[in-house]
Design a protein around this ligand. Structure first.
Ligand SMILES: NC(=O)c1ccc[n+]([C@@H]2O[C@H](COP(=O)([O-])OP(=O)(O)OC[C@H]3O[C@@H](n4cnc5c(N)ncnc54)[C@H](OP(=O)(O)O)[C@@H]3O)[C@@H](O)[C@H]2O)c1
Length: 236
């Protein structure tokens, strides 16, 4: 069902987005990936092969998004996995930094919303949009107030857009701990300690998270939903 479909993946040069690109191409689609670093895009597109293309885009910059989507052609499915490291200064207390909090909302919340704005004229009526939230939305940890709020906001953004943009379908994937470039600097024993209480006591693979995005692309009667891919961490 993805044979011949054109899929745009913002954040596709690495991690979960790259795994979505690989899986979509394996299912017969063509993909266009976008992220901020031209070298990363070039390397990723090379690894993905002839069914992939890529271009630089910063999802926090409206002019950049407008230019990116002008070059994409008609889109069957839009996936947003772009996300950067959260800035310092988010701990709630006397040092809480509103400017840092606004940056935190940039690539993770305003980014997907603006991406939808600029993608809309290019989306087919039967298109789907899949956003990326995070497990903090359901399982806050000490010191994670902003991450919790941003992840929850993305899930609810998907629900609101599902109603506003119908018949275009909009859903969100909520990953637990997924072994991507984001975790590259965390030693394996620390990863094992973080995941040991989960029903599935390991980091998830990016390819396992990608399955949820492919499900949402194919699931023609599913909209406004959230898929949690967390090895059961929610219940740990
Ligand atoms: N991995 C996990 O355990 C986990 C858990 C919960 C939620 N998540 C969320 O899932 C999403 C993907 O995570 P990941 O692990 O796949 O991370 P990743 O490997 O670091 O990939 C993030 C991607 O986003 C791109 N990006 C960053 N800022 C961007 C911007 N402003 N505009 C466009 N592209 C941008 C990066 O490329 P450039 O450097 O080239 O811009 C990269 O391609 C993130 O939003 C993350 O918060 C991940």
């Amino acid at each position: 069902m993805l044979e011949g479909r054109h899929i745009v993946i913002l954040g596709g040069s690495s991690g979960i987005g790259f795994a979505v690109a690989e899986a979509a191409i394996a299912a017969g689609a063509t993909v266009r990936i976008g992220s901020t670093n031209a070298d990363k895009i070039e390397a990723a597109a090379l690894r993905l092969g002839a069914s992939a293309s890529g271009a630089v885009v910063d999802t926090t910059d409206e002019a950049s998004l407008e230019a990116f989507f002008r070059g994409t052609g008609p889109i069957d499915h839009l996936v947003h996995t772009a996300g950067d490291r959260l800035p310092r200064g988010l701990a709630i207390g006397p040092d809480f930094d509103l400017a840092a909090a606004q940056v935190a909302m940039g690539a993770r919340f305003w980014g997907p919303l603006l991406a939808v704005k600029y993608a809309l004229p290019h989306l087919a009526p039967a298109a789907s949009i899949t956003l990326t939230a995070g497990l903090y939305a359901h399982r806050p940890a000490k010191g994670s107030t902003m991450s919790t709020a941003v992840a929850g906001a993305v899930e609810h953004l998907a629900r609101g857009l599902a109603v506003d943009l119908a018949p275009i379908r909009v859903n969100a994937v909520t990953p637990g701990l997924i072994a991507t470039e984001m975790w590259a600097k965390v030693p394996e024993d620390a990863q094992a300690a973080m995941t040991k209480a989960q029903p599935l006591p390991r980091m998830g693979a990016a390819a396992e998270a990608a399955e949820a995005y492919l499900y949402f692309m194919r699931a023609g009667f599913t909209t406004g939903q959230v898929a949690v891919v967390d090895g059961g961490r929610l219940f740990a």
